[in-house]
Ligand binder design. Structure first.
Ligand SMILES: *Cc1c(COP(=O)(O)O)cnc(C)c1O
Length: 355
């Protein structure tokens, strides 16, 4: 029976990507060797890295004033690498707190300079995206998290920032059309919408390189990673290759098509949550995430029953994040409309049994 994969991350990938990635473990690019047993310095693997960088730039429609880095340590390492590389000790960086990941970024930045949290939705259990705050012009950058993977809120409008805008796009990168040139730095762990765990893309304006004056480890320096073409040390070859295959797939679909599909999937599911007598969605309507649909049962006594029905219907990965409970359906690019339709049928069945 086909599984409908709603996991939040690592998450669903296109079937073609899995098949090609599997084939590369036996014979990589006709070399007669596995991808896992060749040097990262071969021209074949160097072409993989070059194509990933070129595809990211093409999909973002950005120019040579940006560089694309492929780094290890997850999006979480960017929480400290960004201020370490960009913020001096006597300077101020601004953050918007929209949830667990934004809070993590704030915590790490405090080790490197002054941090001003301009707005936070914490008092509202992160059920909305803050708007209408003043952005101080003298601050070095403003950091936001475009999609709140755990609480299920998402920016659908961007702050008009007079200072460089930095965005953690880990859970919604390439899910919609966007003016990527608004941002001075975009980062995303690959394992949600762009590939396999182990590689994080960092897209940075070259004008931000070498900004902080402090001394810190060479491997963590963006400028060094740019000079070494993300191969200061041995890069995570397999995740990078899976990312290449995923980016090729994203390009073949096109961001406009992916956006239309993602919008339809999200609209289908939210419409059912709003209609169904058994469920409710906590996030402010206009800030609802298209990627991670968070919802709860009106009667939490039946949480386990709903998850059991999902399991019987081959829908997996629907338990909410362990810190919030309830349910979460992640609707990343590779998830088809039919999977959402199956989930909606299960919700209707649940309503008939338990309403
Ligand atoms: C998953 C996630 C992270 C953490 O990513 P890691 O690669 O596990 O470090 C950071 N930010 C957001 C928005 C995420 O969804």
């Amino acid at each position: 029976m086909k599984k409908h994969n709603f996991y939040a991350g690592p998450a669903i990938l296109p079937k073609e990507v899995i098949e090609e990635a599997a084939a590369s473990l036996h014979d990589f690019m006709g070399m007669g060797l596995s991808l896992l047993e060749i040097s990262h310095r071969t021209k074949q693997f160097e072409s993989v890295v070059a194509e990933v960088e070129q595809l990211v730039k093409e999909l973002m429609a950005i120019g040579d004033d940006y560089t694309v880095l492929l780094l290890s340590g997850g999006a979480s390492s960017q929480f400290f690498m960004i201020p370490m590389n960009i913020l001096n000790e006597n300077e101020t960086a601004c953050y918007i707190n929209t949830g667990v990941w934004a809070s993590g970024a704030i915590k790490e930045a405090r080790n490197f300079g002054n941090v001003q949290v301009l707005a936070s939705s914490e008092d509202d259990k992160f059920r909305h995206i803050p708007k209408n705050y003043e952005i101080p012009k003298e601050a070095v950058y403003l950091h936001i998290t475009s999609n709140n993977t755990i609480y299920g809120s998402q920016y659908h409008n961007w702050p008009d920032s007079p200072i460089p805008l930095i965005c953690d796009m880990s859970s919604d990168i390439f899910s919609r059309q966007l003016d990527f040139s608004k941002f001075s730095l975009i980062y995303a762990g690959a394992q949600k919408n762009m590939g396999a765990a182990g590689v994080t893309a960092v897209v940075i304006k070259k004008s931000l390189l070498n900004r902080a004056k402090r001394k810190f480890p060479t491997i963590l320096n963006y400028a060094v990673q740019m000079d070494k073409e993300s191969m200061y040390n041995t890069p995570p070859v397999f995740p990078i290759y899976v990312t290449l295959l995923t980016l090729r797939w994203i390009k073949a679909q096109g961001l406009a098509t992916l956006e239309a599909r993602n919008r339809k999937k999200a609209e289908t599911l939210y419409a059912e949550i709003d209609r169904n007598a058994c469920f409710t969605a906590p996030v402010n309507h206009e800030d609802r995430s298209w990627m991670n649909v968070v919802f709860t049962a009106k009667n939490p006594d039946h949480d386990a029953d709903f998850l059991e029905l999902c399991k019987q219907g081959a829908c997996v990965g629907l338990a909410g994040h362990r810190s919030v409970g309830g349910f979460r359906a992640s609707l990343y690019n590779a998830l088809g409309q039919e999977s959402v339709d199956v989930l909606v049928e299960i919700m209707k069945e649940f309503e008939q049994k338990y309403a």
